[in-house]
Design a protein around this ligand. Structure first.
Ligand code: ADP
Ligand code: MG
Length: 505
């Protein structure tokens, strides 16, 4: 983004030039060709799915890289990622493989806030941009395969098995506080124990987004590797990808066989493991390794017992080992994490300095998680670099304003609810507003009414008016009916929950 000024107008038409150095002109040509191919993928998807579906689900999909013959695609939110995976994996794969030099398929990961912030205004067609390594990960020039600012691992490709590790995410750089000290202690013990002699097996870590699960898992894996243990580290994506690739290549050695020789298996974001056969394979793998006395470390965003997608026995095996929750970061811990991140940035950009008052202010207002603290640190750096001014409380406030703002819940409109629900259930918005009473229309209509009541401040009569002039008792009936159905039907519950999150993001 900084080069923009130097290149002047030319940048607008050939954005890719902004991110390559002079001596890499042929790389730029290749990237332009790839970008055109990516544009064709988008056109195909739009033609196949229609403008509505396309813009709902694919508008913010970007091609970040092609590595090892795999197209690495990114979306801005985890929700979008799981939605695309659940509904459009095959379509994406087929279209990408048809147009892109990506014979090995497709991988989806989540772009980080920091990357979005650092890559500047996004191009209409999803500009092929390199990750903002310069501003978000100064410490590791050697790790060119990194694809996400702070989200180490997700989307990385090293070899057919496992995920790259990010040296930055070590025990040393992990800041310990009340909410994570148990998890930290367990992680250190496991990493240090001689193979086969860990006191805690399996370890299941759970916590909300950005609270340090991936950081700890990476730290365990690296420390164990350093001690000569054989470690396999997977994100859920990577596990699924490896499994599918093994199936395709027909050398289909089960994962558990392939992993027979390792000492430690680490699996991150286990809640994203999807698909019946993959879940089974995951279950077999865990069982076989545990039975053979191998160490397993798994992280997820919920209690093991709540990993609905997994087989009951696996849930109880994961839940039966050491289970540790990482709690929310309190203000003091946030300040220390932020300070250590700023320190690292200062190392790479010596003129970039941030005073303790600004650190305290940012740690107070960015109250969510480590990922947002990373985002805030990157924004401060971008601001300081662009303006050439030292960071003050005022500039800090301006720099992170939109970060704080985007964290506020979005106001949901009834029209958006109707559109989304219609798209999801393959009916038109007009059907939802109509008098039609076929089951195919009634259910989505009731769900849309329920969501309108749940997510907007509108009254029942007002909602009735917005649904083709219906009576408020009809709306009430719909709300009650869906409430009841949700309480009885787990998959409907998840489905509606997904819609809610989508609308609020
Ligand atoms: P999760 O996997 O739980 O979503 P991450 O491990 O990706 O969270 O953490 C998000 C960001 O916050 C990372 O950059 C991570 O290094 C940082 N972070 C979280 N907790 C800590 C901590 N205790 N010390 C240092 N950095 C942390
Ligand atoms: Mg994580």
């Amino acid at each position: 983004m900084f080069e923009r000024q130097d290149f002047g107008d030319a940048v607008e038409t050939t954005p890719v030039v902004t991110i390559v150095a002079e001596d890499t002109a042929c790389v730029a040509v290749e990237e332009v060709a790839i970008q055109e191919a990516w544009e064709r993928v988008r056109r195909r998807l739009r033609a196949e799915l229609g403008e509505d579906v396309f813009s709902s689900w694919f508008g913010r999909l970007e091609l970040a890289d092609i590595a090892g013959g795999v197209a690495c695609l990114t979306v801005p939110t985890r929700f979008l990622k799981s939605w695309l995976e659940a509904h459009y994996t095959e379509r994406l794969r087929v279209n990408c493989m048809a147009e892109l030099p990506a014979p090995n398929g497709v991988m989806l990961s989540v772009r980080t806030v920091s990357r979005d912030a650092a890559s500047g205004p996004r191009g209409e067609a999803g500009v092929l941009s390199r990750p903002a390594v310069a501003s978000s990960a100064p410490a590791e020039a050697g790790l060119a395969a990194r694809t996400g600012g702070s989200q180490a691992g997700e989307g990385d490709l090293v070899d057919a098995c496992g995920t790259a590790l990010d040296r930055r995410l070590s025990f040393l750089s992990f800041v310990v506080g009340k909410s994570n000290q148990l998890a930290f202690a367990a992680a250190e013990r496991i990493a240090a124990a001689p193979a086969g002699q860990s006191p805690y097996n399996p370890l299941y870590l759970h916590a909300g987004v950005g609270l340090g699960k991936t950081h700890l898992l990476q730290a365990i894996a690296q420390e164990a590797r350093r001690q000569g243990k054989r470690v396999a580290y997977f994100t859920a994506d990577r596990f699924m990808y490896g499994f599918v690739a093994a199936l395709k290549s027909q050398t289909a050695l089960a994962f558990k066989e392939k992993l027979r020789g390792i000492d430690l298996l680490v699996v991150d974001d286990v809640q994203f493991i999807q698909g019946k056969s993959i879940q089974q394979e995951f279950g077999h793998t865990i069982n076989a390794l545990l039975d053979a006395g191998k160490q397993i470390v798994v992280a997820g965003d919920r209690l093991a017992g709540e990993l609905e997608a997994l087989d009951e026995r696996i849930r109880s095996r994961l839940g039966g080992g050491l289970v540790v929750e990482v709690g929310a970061l309190d203000e003091a811990l946030r300040a220390r994490i932020l300070a250590s991140r700023l320190e690292a940035l200062h190392g790479a950009h010596p003129s970039f300095q941030v005073g303790p008052d600004v650190v305290a202010y940012v740690a107070r207002v960015v109250a969510t998680n480590g990922r947002d603290l990373d985002g805030a640190a990157n924004r401060l750096l971008a601001h300081a670099t662009l303006s050439g001014q030292p960071v003050t409380l005022e500039t800090a406030e301006a720099a992170i304003r939109d970060l704080v703002r985007t964290r506020e819940p979005r106001r949901v409109k009834i029209e958006d609810i109707q559109k989304l629900v219609a798209t999801r259930y393959n009916v038109s918005r007009a059907d939802i507003l109509s008098e039609r009473r076929t089951a195919a229309v009634v259910k989505p209509r009731q769900i849309a009414m329920y969501l309108s009541k749940a997510l907007t401040p509108r009254s029942l009569p007002e909602i009735g008016r917005r649904f083709g002039g219906r009576d408020h008792t009809t709306v009430l009936h719909a709300v009650r009916k869906i409430e009841k159905a949700i309480s009885e039907d787990r998959s409907l519950h998840d489905e509606v929950d997904l819609l809610k999150r989508m609308l609020q993001e």
